[in-house]
Design a protein around this ligand. Structure first.
Ligand SMILES: [Zn+2]
Length: 79
């Protein structure tokens, strides 16, 4: 009886890739926010004021996390 060869599962591929948490609304760069305390890749909290904000490391825009991978640009007058 022949042994069926199977390709290795690739279900764990995600663990080798940094998670992507949406794109900068200004320049479109893929964002990889990190927890400000642990440095682990993590999206910021939603609706937490300054804690929800980040700075795009490509264009320098101040952006706020809205959840579900969506960011919005923060108007400078809001800072
Ligand atoms: Zn940007």
């Amino acid at each position: 009886m022949p042994v069926e060869e199977r390709e290795p599962e690739v279900a764990d591929l995600d663990t080798t890739m940094p998670p992507i948490f949406g794109r900068c609304p200004v320049c479109g760069k893929h964002l990889r926010p990190r927890d400000r305390y642990t440095g682990e890749p993590a999206a910021p909290p939603v609706g937490a004021g300054i804690l929800s904000r980040a700075k795009c490391d490509k264009c320098g825009a101040i952006i706020e996390y809205m959840g579900n991978g969506v960011w919005r640009a923060v108007d400078p007058v809001e800072l």
